[in-house]
Write a protein that binds this ligand. Structure first.
Ligand SMILES: Cc1ncc(COP(=O)(O)O)c(C=O)c1O
Length: 357
């Protein structure tokens, strides 16, 4: 049975060519980049070249890029630095934001099926707000937020702006200067890099969240993860070249659904969503049943975010926007570079067989 993976928003299929490339030059990754011998220098060279490439990919300077263990840590670092300050964020952020802010000091903007608007932020802004944190693309429904407009407004108001760009990176253009972003989080494994590596762009220094050695210029302690950095830097150009393909797959999925006999509705306005995430409501079937049924046919999809210990827990975002019943009957299909139109045909064929029984 061919296995089909539609869960790229949880983590991407790894890019085997990049892994082979790493194996081929494995000797260069041996040293600790902070060691002052040739092994260290080889690793340092790769680390700094990766930093340069990642900085360029978001219009930042290499000195503004801090390597972390993942976007959860990047998000925690920013939110923890503002723990005693008044902040604004949204009710559809990733758990690494939601479980870090202090509810007493936080104003939440409520999203709807179009996402959030700048006007909602304007309505809540007061003189004591120090930070606004808004994700660029929601990981469960794919909604795209008006980051450029929000950044422009916050610059006028002199308020810090943090953006979780994990699900936007590689899919949408990001430029920290043009978008007036002060802090930004990225994750390597969402674009095909090795798991456990992330980036924090910081236009100014924040207190180090992980304390210890002098790595990352005292901004984040811990021995550098050179393979993580390299695999992320090398994955980014692949993402750019795959954009058209992913767009075609989303359109094909939407068209094929429309032509099918399946009873469904798309969660979120598809005009306002990114190409790689399609969240679908199937009123006749529960998501836990669909997930298991598809898994038995070798097809991997998800219901909500994957950060919930392997359990099939309905999407909190679908629940907050549409209510619990719709959330417990919805699936997230997230597309990536190994998918084909034939994979989508297979998905709809297998789902269609349910109605024929
Ligand atoms: C929007 C968003 N932010 C943050 C994260 C956390 O990223 P990481 O797995 O690198 O900690 C994820 C991953 O699920 C995500 O989708």
């Amino acid at each position: 049975m061919k296995k089909i993976y539609f869960d790229y928003a949880a983590t991407s299929i790894k890019r085997k060519k990049i892994l082979e490339d790493i194996l081929e030059k494995a000797d260069l990754f041996d040293g600790n980049p902070d060691s002052s011998h040739s092994f260290g220098r080889d690793a340092k060279k790769i680390l700094e070249e990766s930093r340069k490439a990642i900085a360029k990919s978001i219009g930042a300077k290499p000195s503004q890029i801090i390597f972390t263990s993942g976007a959860s840590e990047s998000n925690n670092t920013v939110l923890s630095a503002f723990k005693n300050k008044k902040i604004i964020t949204t009710n559809i952020e990733h758990d690494s934001i939601e479980n870090t802010y202090d509810p007493q000091n936080t104003i939440l903007i409520e999203a709807d099926e179009e996402g959030i608007s700048l006007d909602q932020i304007k309505e809540k802004i007061t003189d004591d707000i120090k930070l606004v944190s808004v994700m660029m693309v929601n990981n469960e429904m794919g909604l795209i937020m008006p980051i450029k407009e929000i950044g422009e407004y916050l610059k006028e108001k002199d308020i810090y702006f943090h953006v979780d760009c994990v699900q936007a990176y590689g899919h949408l253009d990001i430029d920290v200067d043009e978008m007036n972003i002060d802090f930004l989080s990225l994750s390597g494994h969402k674009i095909g890099g090795i798991n456990g590596f992330g980036v924090l762009f910081a236009s100014e220094n924040l207190p180090s969240f992980i304390k210890g050695g002098e790595q990352e210029k005292y901004r984040r302690a811990g021995t550098s993860y050179v393979m993580g950095a390299y695999s992320m830097a090398k994955s980014f150009p692949c993402m750019i070249s795959e954009r058209e393909k992913i767009k075609d797959l989303k359109n094909y999925l939407l068209d094929s659904l429309a032509k099918s006999k399946l009873s469904y509705q798309i969660n979120a306005n598809p005009e306002k969503t990114v190409d790689h995430i399609v969240n679908i409501y199937f009123k006749d079937y529960r998501s836990d049943f669909l997930l298991t049924y598809l898994d038995m046919h070798g097809i991997a999809v998800s219901a909500g975010s994957a950060c919930r210990a392997g359990a099939v827990i309905p999407s909190k975002v679908v629940e907050r926007i549409y209510g619990p019943d719709r959330a417990s009957h919805s699936l997230r299909i997230s597309l990536g570079f190994e998918n084909t139109r034939a994979d989508i045909d297979m998905l709809l064929e297998v789902l269609g067989e349910l109605d024929d029984r």
